[in-house]
Write a protein that binds this ligand. Structure first.
Ligand SMILES: Nc1ncnc2c1ncn2[C@@H]1O[C@H](COP(=O)(O)OP(=O)(O)OP(=O)(O)O)[C@@H](O)[C@H]1O
Ligand SMILES: [Mg+2]
Length: 252
């Protein structure tokens, strides 16, 4: 695989309504390289979720293109998983089946599917709840199931849409650290992560690069590399300074 895993190339998006249209995205370009953790930060309504849907191939940009490696099609050997803003679980399936379902197209053997699903359920700390249904879970637990499901397929690229915003600070911090461990581990996928967030501290803690978007219609205000040494001390002066730099660009 080439160095650039994802290329968002002059993407624009205009939603058409019956009598009008709204330009949501003016012009967004950035690349995500293999093994990078990239965050997108921008105001509400600037088209961040729309952008993730376009990367997944669920929505077509009005203009511009998205490349996977050097191809315009995602293909079959390029795997992208997503954790949506709201956990989006199937209410009629229990936790284990919600996770296993993602594996059905990929793995024929039922026992193997179950084993992989269970490993990922354990990983996000909800083992013991395999037989529970989504309505029996707290918001944070549902979010963990969604993360387990996204991880189970061992994606090349993991897309995250504000995955921690519904969690209490302790759970959020715990899952962030688990995810960073996975990302840093050379043997486990995902190796490349693209995350949408509103939380500047979170973006600075986790990312190699932060793509800062303007208000609607969105364009890229800055692609800011974050070079702080990992694991990052979220209470150091340099950390606060970096957070401040991001906030300054956002308020420009
Ligand atoms: N399916 C759709 N049809 C029409 N308009 C849409 C659709 N989805 C989103 N929009 C519009 O596009 C704009 C951007 O929406 P989007 O959900 O991508 O923003 P966002 O940056 O993810 O916001 P937030 O931070 O609040 O999640 C909004 O004005 C929204 O009304
Ligand atoms: Mg959104």
């Amino acid at each position: 695989m080439m160095d650039e895993v994802l290329t968002v190339d002059h993407v624009a998006m205009e939603y058409k309504y019956a009598r009008s249209s709204i330009k949501t995205i003016e012009d967004i370009s950035f690349t995500v390289k293999k093994n990078q953790f990239v965050s997108i930060i921008g105001p509400s309504g600037s088209g961040k979720s729309t952008l993730l849907r376009m990367i997944l191939g669920l929505t077509k940009p009005t203009s511009g293109r998205i490349l996977y490696g050097d191809k315009e099609e995602m293909g079959t050997d390029f795997r992208v998983s997503v954790v949506f803003q709201n956990a989006a679980l199937f209410p009629w399936l229990d936790v284990l089946d919600n996770v296993q379902l993602a594996l059905e197209p990929l793995i024929k053997d039922r026992d193997k599917r179950r084993e992989i699903a269970m490993n990922n359920i354990r990983l996000v700390g909800i083992d013991g709840f395999e037989k529970a249904y989504p309505k029996e879970l707290s918001g944070g637990m549902k979010q963990r199931v969604a993360i387990a499901r996204a991880l189970a397929t061992s994606p090349d690229v993991l897309l995250l849409d504000e995955p921690f915003s519904g969690l209490d600070v302790f759970s959020a911090q715990a899952i962030r650290e688990e995810l960073l461990d996975l990302w840093e581990s050379p043997v486990e996928n995902p190796n490349t992560i693209l995350m949408v967030t509103h939380n500047v501290d979170e973006a600075v803690q986790m990312s190699d690069v932060i793509v800062i978007l303007s208000h609607r219609p969105a364009r890229v205000l800055r692609e800011m590399p974050i070079t702080l040494q990992r694991p990052r001390n979220t209470r150091s002066d340099e950390f606060y300074k970096t957070v401040d730099q991001v906030l300054t660009v956002m308020s420009e």
